[in-house]
Ligand binder design. Structure first.
Ligand code: ATP
Ligand code: MG
Length: 318
C-alpha cells in the first residue's frame, strides 16, 4: 500500500431491483432502489470498507442518483475527487428483475448516460501519478472513454512499480472487436492478479481446459490467479505451482449481484495490506458470501470488523 491508493476506473450506476420474481418490466410492479452500483464501484467500495487506500475514476449526473453513489463511496472511505459530475447527462442506471430460473431481465441506461462520459483529465493524471495499483474490469473496455484512461493509467502505474489486477468480467460468448480483443489480451498479460469467474478463465486464456488455461496465463506473464466459483468457493493458483482451494461460506443467497466484485476488492486489498494468499482468500470468500445475503449490489460489502464477525460465526462448505 506504500506506493499509493488502489484506483478503479469505470461505470458508476444505480440499480433498481424488482422485489418479485418474474419476467421483465412490462407491467407496473414493486421496485426497490436506487442502490449504488456498477462493477468497478462495487469493487472499490469493498476496498475502502476494508480499510485500503482507494480512489474511483468515473462520472455521474447532476442528480440524486449521482449523490447516492458519491455519498456512498465517500462514506466507505473512497477518494471521490476524480468522480466527475456531468452537467448534461443523467447518472447511469440498471433496472433488474430475477426470473424463476435465476437468470435476469435488465433495462439499462449506461452507454448514453453520464457513466460513459469521463476521460483523461488533470485530476485523473495527478491521481494516477501517485497511485500504487490499478484494477480493471473487462466490462469497462466497451466504454471508449474508460479505455483511454485505462491505457494511459496501466503504463504509468506499471512504470512507477505499481501493480495491476484484472477481472475479465466478459461472458464466454461475447465477441469483442479486434481492437478491444487486443487491448484485453494486453491487459491480461500485464496482470499481477487475474480474477476470472467460471468460464472467464478459459476466455481470458483463449484455450480450453482449466489446467491448460492456467498454464497459458502464467506463460503470457500473469503473476497470480484466483478463480471464483460462486457457491462452490474459489481457488488460488501461484506461478510456482501452489494451489489453495477455499471453500465457500454457507449462506442464504438473497441477491447474487456483486459477489465477484466484493470478493475481488477484498482479496486485492488484503494482499496489498501484506496478507498471504490464504488469508486474503478467507476475507475474499467472506466478502462475496456476506454480500449475497443482503439485497442491493454493494449493500453487503463488509468492513474488517464485519468480515471478522462473519468469518467467526459462519460455517464453510466442506
Ligand atoms: P458477479 O456476479 O459479481 O460477476 P462472479 O461470477 O464474478 O460474480 P462469484 O463466483 O459468483 O463471482 O462470487 C465470488 C465469490 O463470492 C465466490 O468465489 C464465493 O467465494 C463467494 N460467493 C458467491 N456466491 C456465493 C454463495 N451463494 N454462497 C457462498 N459464497 C458465495
Ligand atoms: Mg464477475
Amino acid at each position: 500500500d506504500h506506493l499509493g491508493p488502489t484506483v478503479c476506473v469505470g461505470e458508476i450506476l444505480v440499480e433498481i431491483v424488482a422485489t418479485t420474481v418474474g419476467d421483465g418490466f412490462r407491467e407496473a410492479q414493486p421496485l426497490i432502489g436506487p442502490f449504488a452500483s456498477g462493477a468497478p464501484a462495487i469493487f472499490i467500495s469493498q476496498c475502502g470498507r476494508l480499510g485500503g487506500a482507494a480512489a474511483m475514476v468515473g462520472a455521474v449526473g447532476n442528480d440524486d442518483f449521482g449523490h447516492v453513489n458519491i455519498d456512498r463511496l465517500r462514506r466507505d472511505g473512497v477518494d471521490v475527487s476524480t468522480i466527475s459530475i456531468d452537467p448534461d447527462y443523467p447518472t447511469g442506471s440498471a433496472f433488474v428483475r430475477y426470473r424463476k430460473d435465476g437468470s435476469r431481465d435488465f433495462v439499462y441506461n449506461i452507454a448514453r448516460s453520464a457513466a460513459a462520459r469521463f476521460g483523461w483529465s488533470q485530476g485523473v493524471r495527478d491521481l494516477i501519478n501517485r497511485s500504487g495499483h490499478l484494477h480493471v474490469m473487462g466490462s469497462a473496455l466497451s466504454v471508449p472513454s474508460a479505455r483511454e484512461v485505462i491505457d494511459k493509467a496501466v503504463d504509468i502505474v506499471k512504470a512507477r512499480g505499481g501493480t495491476l489486477s484484472v477481472d475479465p468480467n466478459i461472458r464466454k460468448e461475447l465477441q469483442l472487436d479486434e481492437d478491444t480483443e487486443r487491448r484485453f489480451a494486453r491487459l491480461v498479460s500485464a496482470a499481477d492478479l487475474l480474477l476470472p469467474s467460471g468460464e472467464e478463465l478459459e476466455r481470458a486464456a483463449s484455450v480450453s481446459g482449466e489446467a491448460e488455461a492456467i498454464r497459458r496465463l502464467f506463460e503470457v506473464g500473469v503473476k497470480e490467479i484466483v478463480l471464483k466459483r460462486g457457491s462452490l468457493g474459489a481457488t488460488y493458483f501461484g506461478r510456482d505451482g501452489d494451489r489453495i482451494d477455499a471453500p465457500a461460506f454457507l449462506v442464504d443467497e438473497v441477491d447474487p449481484t456483486g459477489a465477484g466484485d466484493c470478493f475481488g476488492g477484498a482479496y486485492l486489498t488484503c494482499r496489498r495490506l501484506g496478507m498471504s494468499p490464504d488469508e486474503a482468500l478467507t476475507y475474499g470468500s467472506a466478502a462475496g458470501a456476506r454480500n449475497v445475503t443482503i439485497r442491493g449490489p454493494m449493500e453487503g460489502a463488509g468492513t474488517r470488523q464485519e468480515l471478522d464477525a462473519f468469518i467467526a460465526s459462519t460455517e464453510r462448505r466442506s
